[in-house]
Design a protein around this ligand. Sequence first.
Ligand SMILES: Nc1nc2c(c(=O)[nH]1)N[C@H]1C(S)=C(S)[C@@H](COP(=O)(O)O)O[C@H]1N2
Ligand SMILES: [Mo]
Length: 406
Amino acid sequence: MERRHFVQKSGLTALSALLGAEIVFGNRLPVGLPLLGLQDPDPFKMFNKDPQMVLLNDKPWNMEAQAHLLDDKITPNKFMFIRNNGKIPENIDVAGWTLSFDGEAARNPKTYTLNDLKTRFPQHTYQLTLECGGNGRSEFDPPAKGNQWTIGAVSCATWTGVRLRDLLEDVGVGSNAVYIGYHAADTHLSGDPTKEPISRGIPIEKALQDETLVAFQMNGKDIPLAHGYPLRLIAGGWPASTSGKWLTGLSIRDRVHDGEKMTGSSYRVPCEPVEPGAKVADEDMCIIESMPVKSLITYPKSGATLSPGNSLSFRGHAWAGELEVSKVEYSIDFGSTWKACALEAPANRLAWQHFSGNANFPKKGYYELWVRATDSRGNAQPMVLPGWNPKGYLNNACHRIAIKIA
Ligand SMILES: Nc1nc2c(c(=O)[nH]1)N[C@H]1C(S)=C(S)[C@@H](COP(=O)(O)O)O[C@H]1N2
Ligand SMILES: [Mo]
């Protein structure tokens, strides 16, 4: 007689959580039988996201926020964008989860369990800004292929974990070390188990920074599944593609890591500016490192109406990759004149900073509130799309909202 295999208890718990109800006869559910209640899952419920989030793709899952949803100083899960290149891993075995170090420049290749990581090394918590390199891509003309992010592929959550540096010291880093490359448990969309959906990394100098974490908590809880549960690399201020989710391996390389989406035109921009629409040879494309200065008006929502004589208080966040934001200004006359906003210091390096201001409008009518941030080296955001590039990265144009005085 054929043996029937039943879904394990841990699997049932996860399925019940997705369904929002106990599967009463779950112990009789055959393995591999798709549950009807999960056939057309509501992605917002499935990932505990606010229904105002905007779904860009479901294969793989990609979802962005809107400006007014990002008003919190620390981004809660429900408003955090999701960017996946492959399939989210299923049936995560936390007890058996390991992180392995290897690579040409690893002195003593080692494997740690989650428990090793949590008990053997000091823990640190930082607020870290993660922005997708393609945030703002929808404004490119000629258009760039890929997820058409508007402004919502950015977050700043609190991440807790161990310093990558402490792990690297334990493993031993050879003097030939140049780069760290990550490996993860998500799977390629093609289903081919030999292909990684993405395997990017960071130079060794970035890996050794205080704030570069191998994290197991986000906002004080286990990292949500879509954001890398149970373990994630976090490299704040750099394209978020360098922050590998579902982390299983780190290779200490003696060359620039050449994993999936490190080469060709992926996460690269022309080393020298090019004309919009130009074809650029791979060898003329340079890897994106620190993200450029940028800001977002998170309150009020664009389209707000105010009665005459009232001043408008507005607020938002500004960030500048590896640098600090030194000033934020606003304009209500399409950039002709600018006034200073109040600007808070970052909670820690690589955290976004909060700005606020009060704008007064001379008479009834339509206005736009524009905000412009400047970094500690004096680089300001451009008003319109900067440096066109084939893949549509690094759009840090000023954010603007519509205001009516009526
Ligand atoms: N393993 C793995 N890590 C990954 C990705 C991925 O597809 N797989 N996507 C990267 C990209 S391109 C971005 S922008 C961020 C998105 O992080 P989030 O989904 O937690 O917001 O994760 C990065 N880390
Ligand atoms: Mo990304």
